[in-house]
Design a protein. Sequence first.
Length: 321
Amino acid sequence: MADQKFNPGISLAGAVDLESMQHQVTAEPGQAGGAPSAGGYVIDVTENTFEAMVQTSATFPILMLLWTPSDDRLFPMAKALGDAVNKLNGQIQLARIDVSKAQSIAQALQVRGVPALFGLIGGRPMPLLQGLPSAEEQQQLVDQVIPKIIDVAHQAGVAGSAPYSGDPDADGDQAADGQTETESVPPQHAEAHRLAQEGDYAGAAAAYERVLESDPQDTVAARERSKALLLARSGAADVRAVRAAAAEHPDDVDAQLAVADIDMIGGQIEDAFGRLLDYLAAGHRDQIEPVRKRLLEYFAIPEPGDERLKRARRRLATLMY
């Protein structure tokens, strides 16, 4: 795997390039102390959960830290990043990867040493740092780099909230992969959330559907169900092939639905809405039901006050009646 390029299966067209933010620093002596715990908006990622984590970066931005939690030199950096991310209340997630247990990930990202830091938006990794930062550089990461990643994500339409994973200081049972099990989601969402974290999006969608049968007003379950359905259908799709098929078959509803999925996964929400609404406006009223159903699924994903959502709802109502 050492010669393979990183290929998460999702592209983000038009993402702002953070190449100018890359830098490499020299290591300095570390400080002793306990490794900071995961929790809040900080998660530990393994080879088994890596792909699922990459998929979620289509919804909210992620800061990836490749480290070794047994190296006390890295503890201050990991704690500073974790504290900074947790103060942002879900605007970004910190995903920590133990390279001693996930060497294939390090190889795919072409990382030769730790720590290494990447931004991840819509499946696109952006190298930020390799090596242990000085105190000044660590503060720059907190004050400038993390807000810049969030800003870039918002420009690309990736503005969802990361899930809260419980109190990082709470005691809990250690899971098999070393993570602390905490109360991270409402009990009725637990099964669906677990399936989504494992990458079983079809199973997660079905589990959220059961939640909605019990409580049709659960807007969080509705949103997460829509995201799970979207990723189950098209999370690993070949973007070029899907777009080519849509261009070659402009009257084919399935081709247009598939490319709208790609737009949504890439954070291009207005493009997805506009594509399907334009399809109906072009005279395909015989396909109004599958398009309406897909749009209603999409409508559950943005915040209710999103102006793109309001415009799309009005236009759909006009086209239907």
